[in-house]
Design a protein around this ligand. Structure first.
Ligand code: NI
Length: 175
């Protein structure tokens, strides 16, 4: 197992579409383990494969907030097969550090996905877990939560974030 490097916005890999997983082999299980370790280490409640530079349809999610037992979901080729209602929650992303914003999503979603050996599962969730599922699935389409903001808020984000990146680079250069 290994903690992998998380790519940050505006890395172009984060804007790419991921491909369907067809081989349920040891390599896939290793990737899923590394992703879970990387998510817990960050710490975060979800991580999609493209965030570590792997363009495969695989996400890991755990919204149990350190409760025991944990609730790790490893979802291969996930798709939302039903959704209802509307909710607006504040979101952040390990690939967009230091920035949070309210995003409109469905209130309740049903996720169909495969596990690492290829068996199919379904799970219906609302609340944080439902939001997290929708956020992670967006990553597989190359969509970040900031892409779902209004044009005005999005341009404010870009200005603020790029300024922050610049300051970080300057600080690093001076250190
Ligand atoms: Ni994210």
């Amino acid at each position: 197992m290994a903690v992998r490097k998380i790519l940050h916005y505006p890395d172009p890999v984060l804007m790419e579409k991921s491909v369907t997983v067809t081989e349920f082999n040891e390599e896939l299980r290793q990737l899923a383990e590394d992703m879970a370790e990387t998510m817990y280490d960050a710490p975060g409640v979800g991580l999609a494969a493209p965030q570590i530079g792997v363009l495969k349809r695989l996400v890991v999610i755990d919204c149990s907030s350190n409760e025991e037992p944990n609730d790790l979901i490893v979802a291969v080729n996930p798709e939302i097969i039903a959704s209802e209602g509307e909710s607006v929650e504040e979101e952040g992303c390990l690939s967009v550090p230091g920035f949070w914003a309210s995003v409109k999503r469905a209130e309740k979603v049903t996720l169909r996905y495969q596990d690492v050996v290829g068996n199919t599962h379904e799970r219906t969730s609302d609340g944080l877990l439902g939001v997290c599922m929708q956020h992670e699935l967006d990553h597989l389409e190359g969509i970040l939560f900031v892409d779902r903001l209004s044009p005005l808020k999005r341009s404010m984000f870009k200005k603020k974030y790029m300024k922050m990146l610049k300051e970080r680079e300057q600080n690093a250069a001076e250190a």
